[in-house]
Every structure is written in structure tokens, then in C-alpha cells.
Design a binder for this molecule. Structure first.
Ligand code: NAD
Length: 446
């Protein structure tokens, strides 16, 4: 873990002092004007674009992230979110009138306005350590809050880079970075925040929510889980396999919305297996370990965990690993039993199990028997099947044809439901998440 101080002043500050300082800034009114907000967003955008090379290098050090992947997911996606917010913020912040003349007479006026919440905490994970810190940060700033961000200690090079860059670009009276692991996060969680935005696993999500309950602080929990993929017999299997492999094996499978497992009927499974093997070879060549387009597992603990899942079925492709290089081959497992080890936890690695089910009804039952996933994906040419998956299952998001693509669209809300989380963000929802929609009613006297 880096011990580089976030800023000379922040280094000496205890969490309580830091929160008091940021709260004083908020109380001063400095963060409320639209101009301040747009300036901070513009500066955050510059931080990302002007330091692209340094951030991509840090992501490579931490995760072996290929350059195109790091640039696209950790720089371009937040930039797109910021651009969308800059284009719409004035319109989103405009008070929304409500007609109350029928209740209070012609002179009465009413409406709603978005108030910033105050001083908020953003806790980010290691897998997309720039994106998952800067997109919530952009939402919190757009909403007019002061913010503490806590990068993940498991991506130490990226954490150090963000801790150095953020104070250089953003208003140091309003934004602070606190680096650290469990003790530092625990100390932050003891403070009184106006909102806590946490991205990571559900076990820590529970710790966050318990700590927040002490102060009745609202939380957004962006968690994970097993996101299923239903492949219909009528789907174009070569095209589906290409899209599936691309999504599953990006960042070596360490993506919260990665397709976790495939549900399909036995005959379709037989045809899908070779199509997936071909798609993996097309993407990464005969030896993915040599491919500049393939990433690595974040650390040895996760390497050992994912390695333990490789024997859960018949290997269609992959199955090899190299601990010294934290490399696990893109792996497809067929004929996987519903209770196999790989089906008992979120995989969060480059292993794609195929579980055979007896058609759509059985697939829907399989999904509904388990925790509500962060995403559900379908490959089908049948509109009735699409409608049934939409109506008869519950998931954070639902994607047909292009797994994971929904999170690239700022107009679409992003978040989980049930075990995959609560609340959401992106675009307007980011601003709403970090605001309170206040009712305002004005009934003239006399
Ligand atoms: P992580 O280990 O980096 O933890 C996330 C954050 O929690 C870090 O900042 C860490 O310091 C903090 N933390 C860890 N233990 C803590 C404790 N005991 N008390 C207080 N804070 C603590 O990341 P992770 O949880 O391994 O990330 C992977 C998980 O996150 C997966 O389940 C994945 O699906 C999920 N995820 C969800 C999203 C989403 O947008 N919904 C995005 C990425 C990852």
C-alpha cells in the first residue's frame, strides 16, 4: 500500500477534523453555484485526459490491464459521464414546477428542487479503480457536495496516482483523498456523513450499512453477484460467443457485471462450446498469456480462489494457469452442475461455466431460485422470450445482445437490486443520488 500523503494538510488530519473542514466548506456555500460545479467537473475531466498515460500505466501495474481496456473503461467512460453531466446539469438543477392551483388557488406556487446533501464519502474497489471512484465523485460534485474519496488499497499504484492528482486538480477545500485499508476505512465509517457510496462486495456492504445506521446516513451499495446469460436455441451462436467472450474475459473476468455463467439447453450447449473456443482464440490468439489484450488476476489470494474453481466441469478451452504471472487462461467449462464450486460464489475471474437447463421456463426458475443478480443477459431472436425475461425475473440491469454495454450509457441508471445492491447512479441518477429532492410550497397570505 502506498503511504504517499494525499496532500500535506490531509496527511496530518484526523478523520473527524477532515470531515469538520469539508463540512465548513459546504456550510460556506462555496460548492452550491453552478459555476463551481461545472468548473470542478471540467477539472476532473482534465485530470483524466491529461494524465491518461500515467493512469493507464498504474492500471497496468496493478492489474496488468491492457492499454485499450484501461483507456476505454477507466478514462473514456468517466469522461463520457462528465460530458453528459456538463451538457445537462443546468437543466437538471432547474426547479421543477408543480401545479397546485387546484388545491390552493391561482396565486399558489409549488415545485421541487435538488438540494446537495452536504459532505459525502465514496469508497471504491480495485477492479476499475479509476472509473469506480471518479464517476461517483463526478455525481457528488455535480450535486454540489464536499467529498472524501477512498481508493482501494488492492490497486496501490492507482490509489497513489489518484491521491497525488486529485488535490492538484480539484478544490482542496471541498475534495479530499484518504488512502488506506481496513483501519483507515473503519475510522472514516465512524464519522457522520450525509451519504455513503460504496462499491465492492456484499460482506463489506453490510459493514458499511451498519456503520451508516448509527447516523441514519443513507447509503448506495454497488455490489456484485452472479450475472446469468440465457442463450436461446435460435440465437446466432457465433456472434453470441464473440460478444460473450469479449465481455467475460475483459479485465480477466474481474468485472461486477461480467457474464458469470451461461444457461442453455443441452443441444445448444453442444453448438455453443466450440463457438466459444473459437471466439477466445480470435480474441487472444492460441496462447492468451502472450496476448497484449489479456489481463491478470489482481493478487495471489484471488488467483488461488479462482484456481480452485477450474475443476468444476469439462474444460472446453483454457484451464491453464501460472501463479508467478498471476495468469489464468480464459476458460470455458461445460456440463457444470448447479451446485459445483464455481456456481456457489461470484466467480470474478476468467471462468465461464455452462449449465444445461431444459429451456426457458427452467432458466427463469433457475434465475429466480437465486439472489437477484446485478445484470441478466439474453441472446435470443424471439421477442416473446425477451419479454418473458424482462417481466418474470428481477435484476439490476437487463441486456440483450451486448453484455455489459448498458453501463456505458449515461442515460441508463446503473445499480443492483436485492443482494446486488441498492440505489444507483450514472447521468441524472448520479445527481439525484447525491441530492435531496425538496418540496417547496408557497401559498400567499390573504
Ligand atoms: P475491495 O476489496 O477493493 O473493497 C472495496 C472497498 O472496501 C475498498 O476501498 C476497501 O478498502 C474497503 N474495505 C474492504 N474491507 C473493508 C472492511 N472490513 N471495512 C471497511 N472497508 C473495507 O473490492 P472487492 O469488494 O473485492 O470488489 C469486488 C466486489 O465488488 C465484487 O463482488 C464485485 O462484483 C463488486 N463490484 C461491484 C461493482 C458495481 O458497480 N456494482 C463494481 C465493481 C465491483
Amino acid at each position: 500500500m502506498s503511504t504517499a500523503p494525499a496532500a500535506p494538510r490531509a496527511a496530518a488530519e484526523q478523520p473527524a477534523e477532515l470531515v469538520a473542514r469539508l463540512r465548513a466548506t459546504f456550510r460556506s456555500g462555496r460548492t452550491r453555484p453552478l459555476d463551481w460545479r461545472t468548473e470542478q467537473l471540467t477539472r476532473l475531466r482534465a485530470l483524466l485526459t491529461e494524465n491518461r498515460a500515467e493512469l493507464v500505466e498504474a492500471l497496468h501495474q496493478d492489474l496488468g490491464k491492457p492499454e485499450a481496456e484501461a483507456s476505454g473503461a477507466d478514462i473514456d467512460l468517466p469522461v463520457r459521464e462528465i460530458d453528459h453531466t456538463l451538457a445537462h446539469l443546468a437543466e437538471w438543477l432547474a426547479p421543477q414546477p408543480v401545479d397546485v392551483t387546484g388545491v390552493f388557488g391561482a396565486d399558489a406556487t409549488a415545485g421541487t428542487r435538488l438540494d446537495p446533501l452536504g459532505t459525502v464519502l465514496v469508497i471504491a474497489p480495485w477492479n476499475y479503480p479509476v472509473q469506480l471512484l471518479t464517476v461517483p465523485l463526478a455525481g457528488a460534485l455535480a450535486a454540489g457536495n464536499t467529498v472524501v474519496v477512498k481508493p482501494s488499497e488492492l490497486a496501490p499504484a492507482t490509489s497513489a496516482a489518484l491521491a497525488r492528482l486529485i488535490p492538484r486538480y480539484l478544490d482542496p477545500e471541498a475534495v479530499a483523498v484518504v488512502e488506506g485499508a481496513v483501519p483507515e476505512t473503519t475510522a472514516l465509517l465512524e464519522q457522520h456523513w450525509d451519504h455513503i457510496f460504496y462499491t465492492g462486495n456484499g460482506a463489506v456492504g453490510r459493514i458499511v450499512m451498519r456503520a451508516a445506521a448509527e447516523h441514519l446516513t443513507p447509503v448506495t451499495l454497488e455490489l456484485g453477484g452472479k450475472s446469468p446469460v440465457f442463450v436461446d436455441a435460435d440465437a446466432d451462436l457465433d456472434a453470441a460467443a464473440r460478444r460473450l467472450a469479449q465481455a467475460k474475459f475483459a479485465n480477466a473476468g474481474q468485472t461486477c457485471v461480467a457474464p458469470d455463467y451461461v444457461l442453455t439447453d443441452p443441444a445448444t450447449a453442444r453448438r455453443l462450446e466450440p463457438a466459444l473456443a473459437r471466439a477466445v482464440e480470435e480474441l487472444f490468439g492460441a496462447d492468451p498469456q502472450q496476448s497484449p489484450r489479456y489481463g491478470r488476476i489482481v493478487n495471489e489470494r484471488h488467483f488461488d480462489r479462482v484456481s480452485g474453481l477450474l475443476d468444476s466441469g469439462r474444460t472446453v478451452t483454457g484451464g491453464t494457469r501460472d501463479r508467478a504471472d498471476r495468469y489464468i487462461a480464459p476458460t470455458v467449462l461445460a456440463g457444470v452442475a448447479p451446485d459445483a464450486p464455481v456456481m456457489r460464489e461470484e466467480i470474478f475471474g476468467p471462468v465461464l461455466p455452462i449449465v444445461e437447463v431444459d429451456g426457458l421456463d427452467a432458466a427463469i426458475d433457475f434465475i429466480n431460485d437465486r439472489d437477484k443478480p446485478l445484470a441478466l443477459y439474453g441472446f435470443t431472436g424471439n421477442a416473446a422470450t425477451r419479454r418473458r425475461l424482462a417481466e418474470e425475473t428481477s435484476s439490476g440491469g437487463l441486456g440483450f445482445g451486448a453484455p455489459m454495454a448498458h453501463l456505458r450509457v449515461p442515460e441508463l441508471p446503473f445499480g443492483g437490486v436485492g443482494e446486488s445492491g441498492m440505489g444507483g447512479y450514472h447521468g441524472l441518477l448520479s445527481v439525484e443520488t447525491f441530492s435531496h429532492r425538496k418540496a417547496v410550497l408557497d401559498v400567499p397570505l390573504g
